[in-house]
Write a protein that binds this ligand. Structure first.
Ligand code: PGA
Length: 248
């Protein structure tokens, strides 16, 4: 019922030229993918990557979007600007943005609502820190992020949630398949409770955090995990393609 979605998050990697080379190598490797495949690229790479993706089913994503339609917001990019280049997905509230750039549940909420209103599909990131997990606060943190970050969202099938435990991002320390499945099951249960008419059964929830060619199969075999948000491994076409083909 829920189509799996594997998305690459290039973060601040790849010039436009490097991004085009990566996409050219990736295209034939994922041509027969059964899941949805997305690459979320640096904003300045978007025009060139868009061109390079021509004729492929790989979808284009951005890594952030501002909540205003336009105006005096130096350094920001609007939904309309992304749409002009065929961007379909946008990552919102990645933990790196929360940690280094002052992103809060409130700004995540505003960006998410703006993206939805514009017809972009937000990939909204939530997840706990190591300290929070060790202190038994995982569910409490997820609860707060779900309550404050998603107010006003109507149909949750129009967005993707990425559950990314911060301690697993870029560390090589993956959550166990069980930990990831449990947290994601909790997220769906809470969305159903907090937002009763939200279509939450059809919302896709990804796992993110050191997902790679070696562990993707086991993670994706979990009933609650609908996809992956992939950082490091999305920079290597062979590795990313192996994750996309988790079902082989
Ligand atoms: P990672 O990053 O796969 O390199 O851990 C995931 C993410 O930050 O989305």
């Amino acid at each position: 019922m829920r189509k799996p979605i594997i998305a690459g998050n290039w973060k601040m990697n790849n010039t436009a030229e490097e991004g085009v080379a990566l996409v050219k190598a990736l295209k034939p490797l994922v041509a027969d993918a059964k899941c949805e495949v997305v690459v979320c690229v640096p904003a300045i790479d978007i025009p060139a990557v868009k061109k390079a993706l021509h004729g492929s089913r790989i979808k284009l994503g951005a890594q952030n979007v501002h909540f205003a339609e336009k105006g005096a917001y130096t350094g920001e990019i609007s939904a309309k600007m992304l749409l002009e280049y065929g961007v379909k997905y946008v990552i919102i509230g990645h933990s790196e943005r929360r940690q280094y750039f002052g992103e809060t549940d409130e700004t995540v909420n505003k960006r998410t609502l703006a993206a939805l209103a514009a017809g972009l599909t937000p990939i909204v990131c939530i997840g706990e820190s190591l300290e929070e997990r060790e202190n038994g606060l995982t569910e409490k943190v997820l609860d707060r992020q779900l309550k404050e970050g998603f107010q006003g969202v109507g149909d949750f099938s129009k967005l993707v949630i990425a559950y990314e435990p911060i301690w697993a991002i870029g560390t090589g320390k993956t959550a166990t398949a069980q930990q990831a499945n449990d947290a994601i099951a909790y997220i769906r249960k809470r969305v159903k409770k907090l937002y009763p008419h939200s279509n939450a059964g059809r919302m896709r929830i990804q796992y993110g955090g050191s997902m790679n060619a070696g562990n993707a199969k086991e993670l994706m075999a979990q009933p609650e995990i609908d996809g992956g948000l992939i950082g490091g491994a999305s920079l290597k076409p062979q590795d990313f393609a192996a994750i996309v083909h988790f079902d082989k």
